[in-house]
Design a protein around this ligand. Structure first.
Ligand code: HEM
Length: 603
């Protein structure tokens, strides 16, 4: 019902409103649900969220239950009032003796309010819902009809929280694996909470990283909701692809324009040059030396402690977290305050200072993944070994590639590795300067002015980032990718605003999250940060909704199309509705006047 504006469902006995009941009603602005028996529990979370997005909608509705909500207007209900429960696996599928030709049931028990969705997989492929051989039963278990030899591989499942699943009123977390799914190396003695599912198992590697993955999943879904509400006729695939495209552009914008200059130093960053156009002859693939050495410079900046702060920027009750306790511990994100404390810690705490003798902190070299391994690992040793596995040429060869000065002796390195004791140590360990591993040499170089890497990694990073940009047909600034006015919106992106929009309750932040507040203008209110105006993504069929804004209508109006005339009809309807509203208001005022006159006359 694309033209429905008012919906009156009052004076009924409605207890619940099924999710998405008002989808496809983009013009709905008045909703009456009063005088019903609404139960404002977690089943209503979708409606509470919808009202947050459509803050301009007038809704009359009062809760009839549960006890703590009786008499509360729905508009005053917050997500945390709904007592939702984050999903948890109580029992996962176990090995089963199956008889070929017979049915077999792989059972699982999952709790959560509202009940989460379970998606079953076989050999990492989701079992389609319309499969005749497999059936997901009401209790979530998987029934395999007519089992055969292909079923000897035990299936597994992931839990997808329905758009609602939150902990203590927080926004959704990532879906989680089933209990027997891929190993994210967590320690089951600490918690049985499952690993998160993201593009890569490594999202679980430490909870700060998992927090960032969560933020981007939320940003995608936030944009998708807005796009759908703007273009109600878009199907799921279109909404997904468009939201994904915007998120990709935001990540490119932040990485290249906000992060990279601080890594390369502003002077070196200038060598990247302005973006000109797509170069179809350029190979944008990631080079071995970039992945195995140069980008691993990041390991030298990691703080050994993850700081965790509450809304007042005081440490949370569980305290800060030694990095060793943050490895593969997804449960801490669920049970120890969600993403916000970690994010606040990250944007207020400096990265570890790299000095010539402290390159990687000892949490990484002595305690890496220690909860999951009998003997902890050493990230520096892994990086060196990985370079050798990949047969990456040594440090001096890469100096040649980068046109750096020729070296034949350790003291020839003094311009880049100024600390004599470090050069002596290298000499002692490597014997010949040409034996130095590229990651070791690169990490030990003094950092360039205003940057976080030495000259060799600066050169290797620059070369890769340039190819990744210019060789990308879908680079966000390529004019074929976004309309100019959309691009202007993308350029307003900042990671600060994204954390504000998608954190559970972040309202103050440093404007540039890659700098600690002390070296910029302290913290600002999230309201002061610019954000993308999604209305520039209005497909012309929705033009009528926003024609008041001349900058928006100018970019979208095509007066020759039938859609334009449809949109003109919508505008006419808008005016007719406004006229009716005004007439009703005048009638009400007249009635009040008459009443007042009567009262005066009586006195
Ligand atoms: C607590 C933080 C981090 C930990 C525990 C960590 C740990 C690891 C581990 C264990 C590997 C695999 C090593 C191997 O087997 O070869 C790896 C790879 C890598 N890391 Fe980190 N890392 C962290 C942060 C970072 C940061 C901040 C950056 C860059 C800014 C980075 C860049 C890389 C790269 C480029 C690879 C290679 C990935 C690939 O080729 O697939 N890491 N890291």
């Amino acid at each position: 019902m694309p033209r429905l504006e008012r919906l009156y469902l009052h004076n009924n006995r409605l207890e619940r409103i099924p999710p998405d009941s008002f989808t496809g009603m983009p013009k709905l602005h008045k909703l009456r649900l009063d005088s019903n028996a609404l139960i404002c529990d977690c089943n209503m979370l979708w409606l509470v969220r919808m009202l947050t997005v459509h803050s301009d909608m007038t809704v009359a509705a009062t809760c009839y239950g549960p006890a703590n909500a009786i008499g509360t207007p729905l508009s005053a209900i917050k997500e945390q009032d709904l007592n939702c429960k984050y999903p948890e696996i109580m029992q996962g599928p176990e090995d089963l003796l199956i008889e070929f030709g017979k049915d077999a049931v792989f059972s699982c028990t999952v709790t959560g309010d509202p009940e989460p969705e379970i998606v079953w997989f076989r050999d990492s492929v989701a079992i389609p819902l319309d499969s005749t051989r497999y059936e997901v039963m009401n209790n979530g278990s998987l029934m395999v009809h007519n089992a055969d030899e292909t079923d000897v591989v035990r299936p597994d499942f992931i839990i997808v929280p329905r758009d609602t699943a939150v902990a203590e009123g927080r926004k959704p977390l990532l879906p989680t694996t089933g209990i027997n799914a891929m190993d994210c190396r967590r320690n089951l003695d600490e918690s049985t909470r499952a690993c998160f599912v993201a593009g890569d198992i490594r999202a679980n590697e430490q909870i700060g990283l998992a927090a960032m993955h969560t933020i981007w999943m939320r940003e995608h879904n936030r944009l998708a909701l807005q796009l759908k509400s703007l273009n109600s006729f878009w199907d799921g695939e279109k909404v997904y692809q468009e939201a994904r495209k915007i998120v990709g552009a935001q990540i490119q914008m932040i990485t290249y324009y906000h992060w990279l200059p601080l890594i390369l130093g502003r002077e070196h960053f200038k060598k990247l040059g302005e973006y000109k156009e797509y170069d179809s002859y350029l190979n944008p693939s990631v080079s071995n030396v970039f992945a195995t050495a140069a980008l691993r410079f990041g390991h030298s900046m990691i703080n050994p402690v993850l700081h965790r702060y509450d809304e007042n920027f005081d440490p949370i009750p569980q305290g800060h977290l030694l990095l060793r306790h943050a490895f593969f511990s997804p449960w801490r994100l669920v049970d120890e305050g969600g993403v916000d404390p970690l994010l606040r810690g990250m944007f207020t705490t400096p990265a570890k200072l790299k000095t010539s003798t402290q390159n990687l902190n000892s949490e990484l070299t002595e305690k890496l993944f220690y909860t999951a391994h009998a003997v902890a690992l050493d990230l520096a040793a892994i990086n060196i070994q990985r370079g050798r596995d990949h047969a990456i040429p040594g440090y001096t060869k890469w100096r040649e590639v980068c046109n750096m000065s020729e070296v034949n002796d350790f003291d020839d390195l003094s311009n880049e590795i100024s600390d004599q004791t470090v050069r002596d140590k290298l000499k002692h360990l490597y014997g010949s300067v040409h034996n130095i591993d590229v990651w070791v040499g690169g990490i030990l170089e003094d950092q360039v002015d205003g940057g976080k890497v030495g000259p060799l990694f600066s050169c290797l990073l620059l070369e890769q980032f340039k190819r990744l940009r210019d060789g990308d047909r879908l680079w966000f600034e390529n004019p074929t990718v976004f309309k100019p006015e959309q691009l202007a919106q993308i350029k307003k992106t900042s990671l600060a605003r994204i954390l504000c929009d998608n954190g559970d309750n972040i309202d103050t932040i440093g404007e540039n999250v890659f700098l600690i507040p002390e070296v910029q203008d302290g913290m600002v209110s999230c309201d002061d940060l610019s954000s993308i105006d999604i209305r520039f993504w209005a497909d012309c069929e929705s033009c009528g909704d926003y024609t008041q804004d001349s900058t928006l209508s100018r970019t979208r109006r095509d007066t020759t199309s039938t859609k334009y005339h449809d949109s003109q009809n919508y505008r006419l309807n808008d005016l007719e509705t406004a006229n009716e509203d005004l007439q009703e208001m005048v009638r009400n005022l007249q009635k009040r006047l008459e009443l007042l006159e009567e009262t005066c006359n009586r006195q």
